[in-house]
Design a protein around this ligand. Sequence first.
Ligand SMILES: Cc1cc2nc3c(=O)[nH]c(=O)nc-3n(C[C@H](O)[C@H](O)[C@H](O)COP(=O)(O)OP(=O)(O)OC[C@H]3O[C@@H](n4cnc5c(N)ncnc54)[C@H](O)[C@@H]3O)c2cc1C
Length: 373
Amino acid sequence: MTARASDAIVIGGGLVGAAIAHGLRDQGLDTVLLDEGDIAFRASRGNFGLVWVQSKGLGAPWYQQWTRNSAAAWPDLAQDLTARTGLNLSLLQPGGIGLCLTEAEFEDRSRRMEQMRAEAGNFGFDYRMIRSHELRDMLPGLGPTVVGGSFTPYDGHVSPLALLQSLHRVFTEAGGAYIPNAKVTSGTAAPNDFRVETAAGTFTAPRIVLAAGLGNAELAPLFGLNAPVRPQKGQVLVTERARTILPMPTTSIRQTGEGSIMLGESQEEAGFDLSQQPPVMATIAERAVRSFPWIAELNIVRAWSALRVMAPDGLPIYDQSDRFPGAFTANCHSGVTLAGAHARMLAPMIAAGALDPLLAPFSAKRFDVQNAA
Ligand SMILES: Cc1cc2nc3c(=O)[nH]c(=O)nc-3n(C[C@H](O)[C@H](O)[C@H](O)COP(=O)(O)OP(=O)(O)OC[C@H]3O[C@@H](n4cnc5c(N)ncnc54)[C@H](O)[C@@H]3O)c2cc1C
């Protein structure tokens, strides 16, 4: 069978791969997006939908800045996607609150936020620690035991499924080729010359982007790259629809565009296990009811678990292969938040053939240094 040649291959049709593929197509590259299919682990179909900034980049100001840039790119991205697809992404960026249920949480959060501000330098970091009496005016029905919360104006939320669908649609309508059921099983690499085999055929291109989520760990060595990512389980609960009441999201409670309340999410080191754990679900629900007692009146209508894609230090991995120029890798645990950066900043760098030096701290080489230490 003859190989299909294109300008770029992106492996992985989740939020990271779809955002990059869309960005590459918009840069004029003939791009093929290869996706494993329904049996794969797919964080992009099970996440919480926050565009969340306030907790990103403590001790890593380059990540704080990247996240802020992404959040700033979001309004234009959403407007463009909606104009081109007609899909409503329900993007709202009114700011967000990290709720604190105890004094110890409030003190700890205050310290972290102040550190974020100090590390932001000239970039600035606008935040406020808000006590419960003031927070009650911002968040109707706040529970009596809530101590306070952290606010930044940068946070927001979006429908992650509408995002994924619209990224796929703009990509294919612009002439990109999305190939489902195309798990990459092997590949060969030479500088700016890549070939991959899948059940759906053979594909070649001078550029390749590994954006296969947890699948990147296995793929990266084929292309002179390293992606030591592991699964981290998160469980999410969703209530029946309620009248619109929450004007802004909190870290673990948000009201969707349709009115349901999403509650979550846990952080569990359970390998590739996707089972739902009633004790964990009970803890999520209990914390939600302490935050907003009226939530107890709502029925839970859906619950699921999904696996995050985590690097050892929790930061994204963006890398390019020294051995095989033209090969790139992208992994992160905030693919909703970072969709703006991936489509609008990362993709143009890949199209130009090299990552900006600003992304150097995200290279997986940092793990070589850590391992050698
Ligand atoms: C419970 C939970 C809550 C979350 N909440 C948020 C949030 O509020 N905000 C936020 O920003 N982020 C959140 N995230 C993280 C976000 O969902 C992920 O960062 C993002 O979905 C990762 O996208 P991805 O494309 O890298 O991976 P995935 O969605 O896992 O997609 C990987 C894709 O690669 C394909 N694939 C794998 N191997 C191969 C192969 N060999 N060949 C071809 N294709 C392959 C798979 O088919 C899959 O489609 C959350 C995640 C979880 C689990």
